[in-house]
Design a protein around this ligand. Sequence first.
Ligand code: SF4
Ligand code: SF4
Length: 96
Amino acid sequence: MLSTAERAGVILTRKEHCHCPSCPTYRECAERAGDRAFCTIGESRDDCIIDEEKGCICTRCPVYLDVGFQKTFFCTRGTEQQQRILSVLEMRDMVY
Ligand code: SF4
Ligand code: SF4
């Protein structure tokens, strides 16, 4: 388990390599708030990016490839982990 400082380090490194600012879905309010690396921090804050989804370029990002993420649109749908949990819950609802 990572310490708080280690987690902060991971977020900073991912922010450095993040491609979000070049994405059509990204918005100026996120830039102003310093928000990116949504794969790790979750949905954009203060409802900055909601229901926009004009395309997601995460799959071209080195972080995405390094970590082996599978989901996309982290800024509107939440982190990889959050989306995976939702997928499991949806599947469970279909099965039971
Ligand atoms: S995977 Fe997407 S959200 Fe995560 S750092 Fe790369 S471009 Fe940003
Ligand atoms: S998470 Fe994906 S859709 Fe959202 S701004 Fe980053 S690259 Fe674009």
